[in-house]
Design a protein around this ligand. Structure first.
Ligand code: CP
Ligand code: NVA
Length: 312
């Protein structure tokens, strides 16, 4: 019998996860998704448990999928707006963490400064989940890899080409996630918007960084995200001048030379900027299954971190 997979205490970044822990989460997500599809509901494994949702930035997918994930597993989640909590301003991060730990069984936080999620985890006595920081978006990458696995039934040896701002939170987490499952990554970005070399060095993935659009040739997955992330609004005009050659459009799909290439975007999309309507709504797009899988991937995190369901 193989040894048990070590349990996670928080979910802050994929750097802290082994490949077997990442695979354990993917398998648990599939189990929970199939259970709900077959039976119309999940077992109430989080009955009596609650999750605080701290948001310093807007959200649709992250907020709703965490709330519904808790409800579907028999628990309860509550939203805390930036004005209410004032994380690190009205009250120190350490105090927020210690107060919430006495009320609820987990904390999810969407923040600007990544240190705010690491400080929450340092001081909380309940699990902390990073629901996006300026540095990373690990929940998104977990759902993204799950989606590729679900769509293709393979991961090992596949190539994901990420086109756009290769320095942002989504790109960072995809680079780390790909390394957990044996995928290669090509980052196709303009100069100045490339990943931190330390991130590339930390990933187990074979990562290529280029400003040449031919980087997409042969890709199995074509991924993009907004050119201007939340918090970068002051740079929007400059970014709109730099990024247009990196738009994911029909010509770029042709350039992959793979008619079956999966087109992905974490959403929200700035349609007409980083992706055209024709591609976002076209036959290669898996944008909505991808968004829906945020729910199932997060339920795996909640079942494991709060419900104590072991990874297998
Ligand atoms: N992809 C994602 O995290 O979406 P939201 O910003 O709407 O949560
Ligand atoms: N890079 C984007 C992702 C949104 C889900 C942002 O941070 O705004």
């Amino acid at each position: 019998m193989s040894a048990a997979i070590p349990a996670l205490s928080d979910f802050l970044d994929l750097q802290q996860l082994s490949s077997e822990q990442f695979w354990g989460l993917l398998r648990l997500a599939r189990e929970l998704k199939v259970e709900r599809q077959r039976l119309g509901q999940n077992a109430p494994i989080l009955a009596g448990k609650s999750l605080a949702l701290i948001f310093q930035k807007p959200s649709l997918r992250t907020r709703v999928s965490f709330e519904m994930g808790m409800v579907q597993l028999g628990g309860y989640a509550f939203y805390l707006s930036p004005q209410e909590v004032g994380l690190g301003a009205r009250e120190s991060v350490a105090d927020v963490a210690r107060v919430l730990s006495g009320y609820c069984d987990g904390i999810m936080a969407r923040v600007f400064a990544h240190e705010h999620v690491t400080q929450l985890a340092q001081w909380a006595t309940v699990p902390v989940i990073n629901g996006l920081s300026d540095f990373s978006h690990p929940c998104q990458a977990l759902a993204d890899i799950y989606t590729i696995w679900e769509q293709t039934d393979r991961l090992e040896g596949m190539t994901l080409a990420y086109v756009g701002d290769g320095s942002n939170n989504v790109a960072t987490s995809l680079i780390m996630a790909a390394g957990k499952v044996g995928m290669s990554v090509r980052i196709v970005s303009p100069a100045g918007y490339v990943p931190d070399p330390a991130i590339v060095a930390q990933s187990d993935a074979d990562v290529t960084v280029t400003d040449d659009l031919d980087g997409v040739v042969g890709a199995d997955v074509l991924y993009t995200d907004v050119w201007t992330s939340m918090g970068q609004e002051a740079e929007r005009d400059e970014r709109l001048r730099i990024f247009p050659p990196y738009q994911v459009n029909r010509a770029l799909i042709e350039r992959t030379r793979n008619q079956e290439v999966l087109v992905m975007h974490c959403l929200p999309a700035h349609r007409g900027e980083e992706i055209t309507d024709a591609v976002a709504d076209g036959p290669n797009s898996v944008l909505f299954p991808q968004a829906h899988n945020r729910l199932h991937a997060q339920k795996a995190l909640l079942a494991h971190l709060i419900g104590g369901i072991p990874l297998k």
